[in-house]
Design a protein. Structure first.
Length: 97
């Protein structure tokens, strides 16, 4: 029996969406990499902002149910919990359909 992937009838291919963060930074116009990367590797504030906006745009287009602006809340807000007995509020939430 062949051990290669081509012989594996259980093999599944998954589609994974990616966001080309490097391309986004490179196409940004007059900005330099130091605007996006604080040490050449880790994101600076502007890099985080650009990446965040791209991720949010992806969510709005492909998965609007994940958009925090329109996402339904399925439990109590933390400030509404009974801090002496939070399990009461959380159990009520867990039993809702």
């Amino acid at each position: 029996m062949g051990g290669g992937a081509e012989g594996n009838s259980q093999q599944h291919l998954h589609q994974v969406d990616v966001i080309d963060t490097w391309g986004i930074m490179m196409e940004s116009g007059q900005r330099t990499l130091s605007d996006f990367l604080r040490d050449g590797l880790h994101l600076a504030a502007e890099g985080n902002n650009v990446i965040f906006e791209e991720i949010m745009e992806y969510i709005r287009q492909k998965h609007p149910e994940w958009d925090p602006a329109t996402m339904q809340i399925h439990g109590p807000q933390w400030r509404d919990l009974d801090l002496d007995h939070p399990e009461t509020d959380l159990l009520i939430c867990a039993n809702k359909p």
